[in-house]
Design a binder for this molecule. Structure first.
Ligand SMILES: C[S@@+](CC[C@H](N)C(=O)[O-])C[C@H]1O[C@@H](n2cnc3c(N)ncnc32)[C@H](O)[C@@H]1O
Length: 245
């Protein structure tokens, strides 16, 4: 039985597998996604930050240590929210256990909203983007990463638990629900094309400032073979937008 994004991370086996997976050397999150996010986010000093689907909130702790004014992590999974609370213990960081889709976003309350690899679990992004726009203060910035559309389009050719050797891109323009077996369970994700992300942002009144595909950069890798492998296909799509007028 397939699970929604947050129920998936509350599954005992998935939670253990995921936390172990994130500790590995040269995970794509560390080598590809985070460097681009940090580059696009830029200076965080004195910023009020909201993180949608914050997971363990490790980035929140890092932001606060580096001088962010505040950090709020929104997280739907009970297990992840508990882990995030542990990570932020002794800091001013806050964790709210709530779904990205249903939280009441306070108006003009944040300078930076981020969402790292959580929005491909959300069915109605139009509403979320409009909420993000309203919760950003003037000059506010929105930076988010999702699994790259060439990855979400189709998981044929991928046997869970094995190193993928070939990638199949198929049904690219059939957007919507996908069910994938990952980390020991079936999870629901939503496939969107690059242009769909672009127009959803634009329609929500968010002005796109940058788009990246997390091209591998050697300096972030310990293992040269992993670096070479990551040149084969993009894993992440990362977009930065501003609150338009
Ligand atoms: C791949 S993890 C990424 C966690 C963190 N952002 C990071 O990059 O380390 C995705 C996270 O999004 C959360 N999530 C998924 N769907 C959600 C939803 N609808 N509302 C709130 N959180 C959600 C999951 O529980 C999980 O913690």
């Amino acid at each position: 039985m397939e699970k929604s994004g947050l129920d998936f991370y509350d599954d005992e086996a998935v939670f253990t597998n995921y936390t172990e997976h994130r500790q590995r050397l040269d995970t794509p999150n560390d080598t590809l996604e985070k460097p681009v996010m940090m580059d696009l986010i830029g200076i965080i000093t004195d910023k009020r930050i909201l993180d949608l689907g914050c997971g363990d909130a490790a980035i929140g702790r890092e932001f606060l240590d580096r001088g962010a004014a505040s950090y709020v992590g929104l997280e739907g999974s009970h297990k992840m929210a508990a882990l995030a609370l542990q990570t932020l213990a002794g800091t001013s960081g806050q964790v709210i256990r709530q779904e990205i889709e249903t939280w009441t976003y306070p108006p003009a309350a944040f300078d930076l909203v981020i969402a790292r690899l959580s929005l491909h679990y959300v069915a109605d992004l139009k509403r979320v983007f409009s909420n993000v726009r309203q919760t950003l203060d003037r000059q506010g910035q929105f930076v988010f990463s999702v699994e790259h559309p060439v990855i979400t389009s189709c998981d044929r050719g991928w046997k869970a638990g094995t190193l993928r050797q070939d990638w199949v891109v198929d049904d690219y323009f059939k957007t919507g629900l996908r069910v994938t077996n990952w980390l020991g369970a079936y999870v629901k994700k939503y496939h969107r094309t690059i242009e769909e992300y672009f127009y959803l942002l634009q329609e929500a009144g968010l002005r796109i400032k940058d788009l990246r595909e997390a091209r591998p950069q050697l300096q972030h890798f310990h293992d040269i073979q992993t670096y070479e492998r990551r040149k084969r296909i993009p894993l992440f799509l990362i977009l930065a937008a501003n609150k338009g007028k």
